[in-house]
Write a protein that binds this ligand. Structure first.
Ligand code: G3H
Length: 582
């Protein structure tokens, strides 16, 4: 049963019987499959066990993960025994002292070596063939056909992907479904956006004695790495634009959120020519290092930490040839002005700070409340956070769920402890209570600005509220902040809001008025300044990011006009063409 944070109590299922039958998951035996050079292959090397953040067991007992789950373990039903799985699994660590509910073992994934990385790279480079391969030279209409053929194949495995998404990263069922559907919609919108782009490019430009056709062409081999919080969506929002623009791709799923890609591998293999999409799995430093060090990666699309992005970029021996599309850290502030509608501000801040446990790069991660209303706002916020429902991802109305990152609750506690040691309090009932992988959401008030909690990206359900006297304090904080993605302003006075809007639009890339911070709609530009991002992603921007303008130009002369016309009429070239894609 889910609980309200005001009464923290064990919420983990004691056994499979406590999980609704349609929400159980079988041990995912197909986790050792990977996609290489057009084939879905079975990996017979070492594998890493995948643990769900969802724990199972009685508070007084420990779960033995070293023996196969009976009757499919938490999944019940027909899962094959893990004893049958031909792989040497890494024995999963137990949480804490190994007592109490323990993370459920969901499956396993390959722990590849640099050899497989190089094989994937060779496959992608062969398919690209320095821009001469069948995929990069294919007409836009034909590439669109391949991507369009993938869509129904993707939709066919929705339930399986959603289930794994929910169990692997603890995302609530509605949010997991939303992530899947939003991704499918993104793929469809990408096709539409490319058609629009291509229609514009199918005209000739006649300028200063030249006739030219200007199109966008691919960049080469792209390495796409999404984050754990949107492992499907934020992998596919780079993978699909990269592919459709004619690049070939290697994608590496994040540390958490790997198995859910399994059901899509065959669809990818069937929808694209060999080598156009390849996967690598394993430790980043083992499998990604060799890719970057080879100098053969042309585009790095990475969503994760600024530190890892810097390492990856520096590994590339020819940095001038590397295009980077990065979505990195953020510390998005909400500012509550003295005249704000406090109820609306609380509603939006709760959504903004605690959706998916605050594990969104766009989450509100610090709140500045004007001192005149700070106590009232904080009290209302505390009430709203106390009412959040903590429980398992499949439970109706649940809002706070187990955290997938190792030892995350303990780290969040450390952040809160430092602030409370400096005079702040956790002001909501039950806030900060830890139950294995669950951290009950906490509002920390009044948080001193020079604490780690106010400085770092917590990426979890603990939220500092800082009183301020003068808006200059907020602006100075934003100027000094090493990251700059978004901000949310809550107020009603046009002048008061404008005094913050004008300086803040130059510190961040989106200022939200009386609304939480968020990426969507996906047609809006999504980017950041400083250490928050490189490049802009939106449905149409992504097509530009993964391509470069290239043109065929000729001096206008009778002879050249005849040649160009003959090429176009004879449909001799995929590039030099006036074909219109409907
Ligand atoms: O984690 C960062 C995501 O891009 C945020 O997307 O605002 O739609 O949750 P969202």
């Amino acid at each position: 049963m889910p609980t309200r944070v005001s009464q923290p109590a064990p919420v983990f299922p004691k056994s499979a019987a406590d999980i609704p039958a349609d929400m159980r998951v079988d041990y995912y035996d197909a986790g050792s499959r990977y996609l290489m050079n057009g084939q879905v292959r079975e990996w017979d090397g070492p594998c890493q066990e995948v643990l769900s953040p969802v724990c199972i067991g009685d508070a007084a007992t420990s779960v033995d993960h070293s023996s196969p789950p009976s009757q499919g373990g938490a999944g019940g039903g027909s899962a094959s025994s893990r004893a049958d799985v031909p792989y040497p699994p890494v024995v999963p660590p137990k949480r804490g002292d190994g007592q109490g509910p323990q993370p459920y073992a969901l499956g396993h994934h390959p722990l590849m070596t640099p050899e497989q990385s190089r094989e994937a790279l060779d496959a992608a480079c062969r398919a690209y063939d320095h821009g001469c391969g069948a995929w990069p030279t294919m007409s836009v209409a034909d590439r669109i056909r391949h991507v369009a053929a993938f869509v129904p194949r993707m939709e066919a495995v929705r339930d399986e992907v959603v289930r794994l998404l929910m169990w692997e990263i603890g995302k609530t069922l509605p949010d997991a479904r939303k992530e899947f559907d939003r991704t499918v919609e993104y793929v469809r919108d990408t096709i539409q956006a490319l058609k629009d782009l291509d229609r514009t490019s199918s005209r000739f430009a006649v300028e200063q004695g030249f006739v030219a056709q200007i199109r966008r062409s691919p960049l080469g081999v792209a390495l796409c790495m999404g984050p754990f919080n949107y492992p499907l969506n934020e992998t596919f929002t780079t993978l699909i634009p990269a592919l459709i623009m004619g690049n070939t791709v290697i994608f590496k799923p994040p540390k958490h959120g790997i198995l859910l890609h399994g059901p899509l591998l065959q669809a990818l293999a069937d929808s694209f020519p060999p080598g156009v999409v390849n996967t690598v799995y394993g430790e980043g430093r083992v499998v990604v290092g060799p890719l970057m060090e080879s100098g053969r990666i042309d585009v790095l699309a990475f969503i994760g930490s600024a530190k890892v992005a810097a390492i990856l970029k520096h590994q590339h021996p020819r940095p001038n040839r590397l295009r980077c599309v990065l979505g990195l850290e953020a510390k998005n502030p909400a500012v509550i002005l003295p005249d704000a509608d406090l109820d609306l501000a609380v509603r939006e801040c709760v959504l903004g700070a605690f959706s998916y446990n605050g594990q969104r790069c766009t989450a509100i991660k610090i709140i500045f409340a004007h001192r005149s209303i700070a106590d009232t706002f904080a009290a209302k916020l505390a009430d709203a956070v106390s009412a959040l429902v903590v429980g398992m991802p499949w439970e109706d109305g649940v809002q706070i769920t187990p955290l997938p990152e190792d030892d995350k609750p303990a780290w969040l506690k450390k952040l809160a402890d430092e602030a409370t040691g400096r005079g702040a309090r956790i002001i909501n009932a039950g806030g900060g209570h830890i139950d294995q992988t669950l951290y009950h959401p906490a509002v920390v008030y009044p948080a001193p600005l020079d604490t780690e909690l106010c400085r770092v990206e917590q990426f979890g359900p603990v939220l500092p509220v800082v009183p301020y006297d003068d808006e200059r304090e907020v602006i100075d904080w934003a100027v000094q902040c090493p990251v700059g993605q978004q901000a949310a302003l809550f107020g009603t006075d046009p002048e008061g809001l404008s005094r913050l809007i004008d300086p803040l639009v130059n510190q961040v890339c989106r200022v939200n008025l009386n609304s939480q911070c968020q990426r969507g709609p996906d047609t809006f530009p999504f980017t950041g300044r400083k250490d928050s991002a490189e490049g802009t992603l939106s449905v149409s921007d992504a097509l530009r990011v993964f391509s470069i303008r290239s043109l065929v130009a000729a001096k206008t002369s009778e002879e050249n006009e005849r040649i160009v016309s003959d090429i176009v009429r004879g449909r001799c070239s995929a590039f030099l063409s006036t074909d219109f894609i409907f």
